[in-house]
Design a protein around this ligand. Structure first.
Ligand code: G1P
Length: 273
C-alpha cells in the first residue's frame, strides 16, 4: 500500500494573474472547493493519507486550509453552514500533512527532489493539482494507478491521447503496448513540437514513483527551459524498463489554463445542481 502523496505546489500560477498575485493557484476554487482539496481527496481515495506538499513563498494559505479555523468554526457552530466544512474536516482528521518549501523554481523534477525530505525511502504518488481528474461512479485516477503499481512494482505515469496541435504543452511518451491501457515506456520527451512528438500520448499530472527517482533526478541535468525535468529523469528509468504509461479511465480538466478551468467549473456546477 502506498501511504504518501506528493503535491508539487510551488509554481506562480502566472496564467491566472491577477487572481494569483497574493493567493496560491492551488487555492482557486472549482465551484466551492479549492483545486488542492480535490487533489487531496483523490490521494485519500487511493489510501494515501500522508500528504506531502512542496510549497513556496506566498503559499501559506495551503497549510491554513488543511488546519482548523477556530474562530470561523465557533462562528458557524450549530448553523446549517457547519455542514459545508464536513469534507475538509474529514480530511484534516484522516491525514497527516507535511510541508517543505522549494526555494528556487528549478522545474518539476527539482520540486519532486525537494519533496524527498518528506517522502523518504518509499514509493509515493504525485498529483499536480491543476490537472483535475474525475471518474464518476468508478475508481479515482490515483486509485487506478495504485492498482497498476501493486501489480507491477515500478513507476507509473498517467497518459491520455491529446490532439497533435496541443502536444507541445505536455510530456509525451512512446512505448510497447502491454494491453489496451498499459504501455511499457521506451521514450519520453518534454513538450516537443508536433513534428518531434513520438506519439500523441501525453503525460497527465498523476504519477507513482519509486524512491530510486530521487538519485536519478540528482543526476539529471537541466533540460527544456533550463529546468530539471521529471520527464527527463523518468526517461532514464524507462530505458531500464522501469516505467509504465497508464491510460486512465475518467475525465481530466486542465485547470492550469483559463479554458480548462472554466470547463471544469461548468461541469462541476452541473454535477452539483
Ligand atoms: C508538467 C510536466 C509535463 C506534463 C504536465 C501535465 O508540465 O512537466 O510532462 O505533461 O505537467 O500537466 P507543466 O504543465 O507543469 O508545465
Amino acid at each position: 500500500m502506498i501511504r504518501k502523496c506528493l503535491f508539487p505546489a510551488a509554481g506562480y500560477g502566472t496564467r491566472f494573474l491577477p487572481a494569483t498575485k497574493a493567493m496560491p493557484k492551488e487555492m482557486l476554487p472549482i465551484v466551492d472547493k479549492p483545486l488542492i482539496q480535490y487533489g487531496v481527496e483523490e490521494a485519500v481515495s487511493a489510501g494515501m493519507k500522508n500528504i506531502c506538499m512542496v510549497t513556496g513563498r506566498g503559499k501559506r494559505a495551503l497549510a491554513d486550509h488543511f488546519d482548523t479555523s477556530y474562530e470561523l468554526e465557533h462562528q458557524i457552530k450549530g448553523s446549517a453552514k457547519e455542514a459545508m466544512l464536513e469534507e475538509i474536516r474529514g480530511l484534516i482528521d484522516q491525514c497527516i500533512f507535511t510541508y517543505t518549501r522549494q526555494i528556487e523554481m528549478l522545474g518539476l523534477g527539482h520540486a519532486v527532489l525537494t519533496g524527498e525530505a518528506l517522502v523518504g525511502d518509499e514509493p509515493f504518488g504525485v498529483i499536480l493539482a491543476d490537472d483535475l481528474c474525475i471518474n464518476p461512479g468508478g475508481d479515482s485516477v490515483m486509485q487506478q494507478m495504485a492498482k497498476i503499481y501493486e501489480e507491477h512494482n515500478c513507476c507509473v505515469v498517467a497518459i491520455e491521447e491529446v490532439p497533435m496541435e496541443e502536444i507541445y504543452k505536455y510530456g509525451v511518451i512512446a512505448g510497447e503496448k502491454i494491453n489496451d491501457d498499459l504501455y511499457r515506456i521506451t521514450d519520453m520527451v518534454e513538450k516537443p513540437s508536433a513534428d518531434e512528438a513520438p506519439t500523441n500520448l501525453a503525460i497527465i499530472g498523476r504519477y507513482i514513483l519509486t524512491p530510486e527517482i530521487f538519485d536519478v533526478i540528482r543526476n539529471t541535468p537541466p533540460g527544456l527551459g533550463g529546468e530539471i525535468q521529471l520527464t527527463d529523469a523518468l526517461l532514464h528509468m524507462a530505458k531500464e524498463g522501469k516505467v509504465l504509461g497508464y491510460r486512465f479511465k475518467g475525465q481530466r480538466y486542465d485547470c492550469g489554463s483559463l479554458e480548462g478551468f472554466v470547463k471544469a467549473t461548468n461541469a462541476f456546477y452541473e454535477m452539483k445542481t
